[in-house]
Ligand binder design. Structure first.
Ligand SMILES: C[S@@+](CC[C@H](N)C(=O)[O-])C[C@H]1O[C@@H](n2cnc3c(N)ncnc32)[C@H](O)[C@@H]1O
Length: 416
């Protein structure tokens, strides 16, 4: 049975035989399978070689005062924009107030707009820094494996000559505060397009790009709802005339699965501007994990809730009888404060994606991504550099963070 043992893995690092196509789409881990010792179905146990902290030591729940503080804390960028807005409003009193988004989308936008951009130093204090680093490592693996070669083969190239020159165009849909831009800089992308519904996050992403030293790619940003509006609403036609080589949707696609219309609009935006041979990569909550946990709740459970000290998920209904709009409320410590999200019914999504000429290349749970790449000559040492483990191999995650990590799956599609 594979174990989380980074020291052993770092020592073993050297092999790089990663299968390009790995489809493991349907199996569900079940308690019965564990009892029957079916190795295919068993979850990977948390078993670090050494610990930085005693189990449970960092599991200090946020106090009510802390929660209130973070809810109303807007960060420097947001404060500046608000100040500018206030000034603009006092100049033009009769201007109508900005259109207010209705319902769940509004909750999502307000949540992401109000999350502080704490910067690298303060980020290190996060009680779930190990999990955040692990998620970033998985995204780096995904980008390196599926985007690097596609970008290198792009017809859109930078002026410099030679093998290291910038090439290719990426669309980061749901880019948030632009946390993946350094990964795209490492991918030597030539043009980066960041788009998100949360205008304050987009402003922070723009600011972050300006402080990249040196600015290693051209960047364009737009604030728009990618699940109800065409991409052309955010960017000039000339910007979209050359298709993208890569579209990336990290931890955000599931918000589109509120309705079939939103999911289709999202897929249209992904596919319409992606070149054939280009890739669509992403990360979403694992529908099998969510539904297994929901099924496992006692029939007479008062609340349809599960989780641990790091995350909590609360469903409104066991079943909706529909593919879209299967809603739950999500809390992730120091990251997401109870926002509405939707189950992505996987098989249906893959079928729908095929209608948009997107063919599945890869789908994997995060624990398995770890297992597949821990021995890799590049991704093993990268775990140390990204502080997923320290140089002695001690994990920065405790058991609850490790369990929360497996909430997610990574995927890659190719445009036909
Ligand atoms: C968990 S954050 C992920 C941010 C970033 N991709 C990352 O990996 O750090 C989810 C993002 O999805 C964005 N989002 C949600 N609904 C959206 C929509 N309809 N259109 C564009 N962005 C959306 C949110 O504003 C938020 O920034």
């Amino acid at each position: 049975m594979p174990a989380f043992d980074p020291v052993r893995d770092a020592l073993r690092a050297g092999g790089s035989n990663i299968p390009l196509v790995h489809l493991n789409t349907t199996r569900r881990a079940t308690d019965l399978a564990v009892l029957l010792n079916d190795p295919e179905d068993m979850r990977i146990p948390y078993n670090p070689k050494s610990r930085i902290s005693a189990p449970g030591l960092v599991m200090v729940p946020l106090t009510k005062a802390e929660m209130d503080m973070y809810k109303s804390f807007r960060g420097q960028g947001a404060a500046r924009v608000l100040k500018r807005k206030r000034q603009a409003n006092s100049d033009t009193e009769e201007e109508p107030p900005a259109k207010k988004l209705a319902g769940d989308v509004n909750v999502v936008v307000e949540h992401y707009n109000s999350r502080p951009d704490v910067g690298v130093v303060q980020r290190l204090d996060s009680p779930i820094i190990g999990l955040k680093n692990f998620n970033n490592w998985v995204k780096s693996v995904l980008i390196t494996r599926f985007a690097h070669s596609v970008l290198a083969q792009s017809s859109g190239r930078g002026a410099r000559s030679g093998p290291g020159r910038a090439a290719g165009k990426v669309l980061d849909m749901g880019c948030g505060k632009g946390g993946d831009m350094t990964k795209w800089a490492k991918a030597r992308v030539k043009e980066y397009y960041g788009v998100d519904i949360a205008a304050m996050s987009v402003e922070q992403a723009h600011k972050r790009w300006k402080t990249l030293h040196p600015p290693r790619f051209d960047a364009h940003f737009a604030a728009m709802d990618c699940y109800t509006e065409p991409l052309a609403k955010g960017f000039m036609p000339a910007m979209l005339s050359q298709p993208f080589d890569v579209v990336s949707m990290q931890f955000c696609m599931h918000y589109a699965f509120e309705t079939v219309q939103k999911a289709r609009c999202m897929l249209e935006n992904v596919s319409k501007h992606l070149r054939s041979g280009g890739v669509f990569i992403g990360t979403i909550p694992n529908p099998d994990f969510l539904l297994d946990q929901l099924d496992a709740l006692p029939q007479d459970a008062e609340k349809l809730s599960f989780g641990n000290s790091v995350y909590k998920i609360t469903f409104e209904k066991r079943k909706t009888g529909q593919i879209f709009g299967h809603k739950y409320w999500f809390f992730l410590r120091d990251a997401v404060d109870n926002v509405p999200e939707y189950v992505v019914h996987w098989d249906n999504f893959v079928q729908m994606a095929a209608e948009y000429k997107l063919r599945l290349l890869y789908k994997q749970e995060f624990h398995r991504v770890f297992e597949e790449h821990q021995d890799h000559q590049e991704f093993g040492p990268l775990m140390v550099r990204m502080k997923v483990v320290d140089s002695d191999g001690a994990s920065a995650m405790d058991e609850d963070q490790w369990e929360a990590a497996n909430l997610y799956i990574a995927f890659a599609f190719e445009k036909q």
